[in-house]
Design a protein around this ligand. Sequence first.
Ligand SMILES: [Mg+2]
Length: 154
Amino acid sequence: MVRMVCFDMDGTLANLYNVPDWEKKLNMGDFTPYLDAEPMFNMSHLAQLTKTLIESNIEVRIISWSAMHATTTQTKIVKMVKKAWLEKYGFNYTNLHVVKYGTTKSKVIRKYLSENETAILVDDNEKILNGWNVGAAIKPEEIFELEKYICGKP
Ligand SMILES: [Mg+2]
């Protein structure tokens, strides 16, 4: 049974890599690129999708890495900025996890899953998709085909 759908942010929901000087800015502790990033999708379509998921009792979690060299304090700021972005674009979710850069994503949510429950991940990073071992892992291009994974597979 699918308990939750987890979304990555950078390169999946938010087009961070298209923001001029994003990397330079993040390395300098300027986290505005997270707020300036344009959405990757029509956010009202996505809002409808996540609303449907939540109404079906499927948790919608965001699992996003913090900036590469961020300290714990900086990660708290990154979380606030990412939260502001999600609010700005009306993205419905149940939990936001902003974790240290490089964290194995399945480890973040495994504790919330019972034995017969799975979690779907949507992420643009191939390596992260391959490392996901608690359910289906899909690319952002398939975001609107989520239902197929929820209804089709246990
Ligand atoms: Mg990403």
